[in-house]
Write a new protein. Structure first.
Ligand code: THU
Length: 163
């Protein structure tokens, strides 16, 4: 037996003012689109904004459903739409932001497991990492250079090949 340690790194910014211009622009787009969230059940309004290689910015917000599992997170709404509309345009970065009705969202929004898996899929597809900018209504902003920081030991498609 041997022990394997996986090192995960995250850039921690104390406020949006510390971000570079491109990250800040994307985070602001995520904040803006969070206003369009359809979240009558959680009242937790999430926005996601993607920057594509062409410079296009694609945004999405969470869409809930009375049958709860039928709803979808903001990140997947945005990344599925981007890949449906512009399948050959690479995703360079995704920013996530949220606000809530009853409390201040002061901790950076980190994508759920299913969204991490979806982001991982498009990294595999384009053979390039996707920068992830995780913001909140107030407080710190966390940035990582790709999904490997959020999904260590992820499923490897090589395992599907059995020749
Ligand atoms: N949600 C997102 O849209 N993205 C996340 O990263 C976390 C959670 C949504 C799902 C649901 O509509 C609401 O936030 C509460 O979980």
């Amino acid at each position: 037996m041997k022990k394997v340690d996986h090192i995960v790194s995250l850039e921690v910014y104390s406020s949006a003012k510390e971000l570079n211009e491109a990250d800040l622009e994307l985070l602001n787009k995520a904040k803006e689109i969070s206003k369009s969230a359809y979240a009558p059940y959680s009242q937790f309004y999430v926005g996601a904004a993607l920057r594509l290689k062409s410079g296009k910015i694609i945004t999405g917000s969470n869409q809930e459903n009375v049958a709860y599992p039928s709803g979808l997170c903001a990140e997947r709404v945005a990344i599925f739409y981007a890949n449906a509309q512009f399948p050959t345009d690479e995703v360079e970065a995704i920013a996530i932001n949220a606000h809530a009705e009853k409390f201040d969202v002061s901790h950076p929004i980190s994508p759920c497991g299913s969204c991490r898996q979806a982001i991982a899929e498009y990294e595999i597809k384009q053979k390039k990492e996707i920068r992830i900018i995780m913001g909140a209504n107030t407080g710190e902003i966390h940035v990582c250079s790709g999904i490997k920081s959020l999904l260590p030991f992820m499923f490897n498609e090589e395992e599907l090949k059995n020749d």
